[in-house]
Ligand binder design. Structure first.
Ligand code: SF4
Length: 409
């Protein structure tokens, strides 16, 4: 008969991503109890109470209303969909298709096009025949462009209902989207709040952004339209986070997370990791777009890295130390080359490349494959077991071969 314990029931109940930390803390307490060590102080530690119950108290992405986009779902689960936006002219079909195919190859799941006129809207029909991921049409002010994009087969619309003129326009748009099961993203931006809201709050505060979102949402709800995704973005990191936290408390709709005008590949990556990371850690967001002043393909790599660090994206992981005066082999070029190699390997494994015996053997125990440096050589580990010494000149080749031969689990 299968042995049952507290964890037989505790694990399934806490299997959700947001309880991962709580679960491992309880496991530690349980282990200490078994070994006869004092464990209760851990249970009441401020860190545990604050970290876990603060997270649990938040509205979580899995509790949002599910919205269908193309073949998949945004919201209502613990998945975060990665999206980007092309920077080609949408009417330039060849260039746009080429960029979307590059984005797809990088791992983009949803792509947004700027639709400036009727030619852009019509181009969607031809582009969609040649790509494989759903398309969002980004439209401002003119609901007729949204209708043309819907006619051309778009999968989602980004428009602010409050900006498209009389209410009848909103009703027509809501009806057209409902008929084709197309959701609408309402994108609130601190730089373009309506004058009435700005006058009330004085500045584009998080509360002002949420009030603006309420105005737009209520217009769609008035026409019984609920397939809504919301985004609230400010150039201020703090304001974006607070606005999204408030929105999660107020609205049942999935949140699209992004930081508007985040910056270049360097600064924007850091800002996105901090801002998006903070919100994802709180359980917010069902889709993300990293915005960089760079090739959009770079946005996908950053999004994947952020999500992977929260266990929300499966990708190969590289652990490497910064090196220090104890290093006795040339480690940094190996770590750099292996990171690129892993990205293309298609292997869902953890590889550790470490400088010396101080932390190397410990990391090797946690990794599938590890290299731990010695004097002009390194020790190779597989599944935490020391295999053999590898001379410096062979480290790269041996590590690559071991990665490719490592069995999928
Ligand atoms: S693992 Fe060794 S070489 Fe690397 S940082 Fe730590 S002490 Fe330095």
């Amino acid at each position: 008969m299968k042995k049952t314990s507290f964890f037989t029931y505790f694990y399934p109940i806490t299997s959700h991503q947001k309880y991962k930390g709580l679960r491992s803390d309880f496991q530690r307490i349980f282990d200490r109890f078994r070994k006869g060590k004092p464990a209760l102080p851990l249970l009441f530690s401020g860190r545990m109470v604050y970290n876990h119950f603060q997270v649990i108290a938040m509205i979580h992405r899995s509790q949002t209303r599910p919205v269908r986009v193309g073949g998949f779902q945004i919201g209502g689960n613990d998945r975060i969909v990665i999206q980007s936006m092309t920077n080609t002219k949408t009417k330039d079909i060849e260039a746009t298709v080429a960029q979307v195919l590059a984005l797809e190859k990088a791992g983009c799941e949803l792509v947004r096009f700027a639709v400036l006129d009727a030619t852009d809207a019509q181009a969607i029909r031809e582009i969609k025949k040649r790509i494989h991921i759903p398309v969002v049409a980004d439209i401002h002010f003119d609901h007729r462009l949204a209708l043309a994009a819907i006619e051309a087969g778009v999968d989602k619309i980004r428009i602010n209902p409050g900006n498209i003129g009389k209410e009848d326009n909103v009703r027509v748009l809501a009806d057209a989207c409902r008929a084709k099961h197309i959701p609408i993203r309402i994108g609130i931006n601190s730089g373009s709040l309506e004058p009435g809201v700005l006058a009330k709050y004085g500045h584009p505060t998080p509360e002002a952004m949420v009030e603006s979102a309420k105005n737009h949402v209520s217009l769609l709800e008035k026409f019984d339209f609920h397939d809504i995704v919301l985004s609230l973005k400010s150039t201020s990191l703090e304001d974006t986070i607070r606005a999204c936290e408030l929105a999660a408390e107020v609205f049942p709709y999935p949140l699209h997370l992004g930081l508007t005008e985040a910056g270049t590949a360097f600064g924007g990556t850091i800002k996105s990791a901090i801002g998006l990371g903070a919100m994802i850690r709180e359980g917010l967001g069902s889709t993300i777009r990293v915005s960089l002043s760079a090739d959009p393909v770079e946005e996908i790599a950053v999004a994947k890295e952020i999500l992977a660090n929260f266990g929300l994206y499966q990708k190969p992981r590289l652990i490497s130390c910064p090196t220090c005066g104890r290093i006795q082999y040339d480690m940094i070029p190996i770590a750099v080359e292996i990171e690129k190699f892993l990205a293309l390997s298609g292997k869902n494994i953890t590889v550790s490349v470490m400088g010396c015996a101080v932390n190397g053997p410990g990391e090797a125990k946690e990794a599938d494959i590890a290299l731990c440096g010695g004097r002009n050589e390194a020790l190779l580990y597989i599944d935490g077991v020391q295999i053999r010494k590898v001379p410096q000149s062979e480290c790269l080749d041996v590590l690559k071969k071991t990665i490719m031969e490592y069995p999928e689990k």
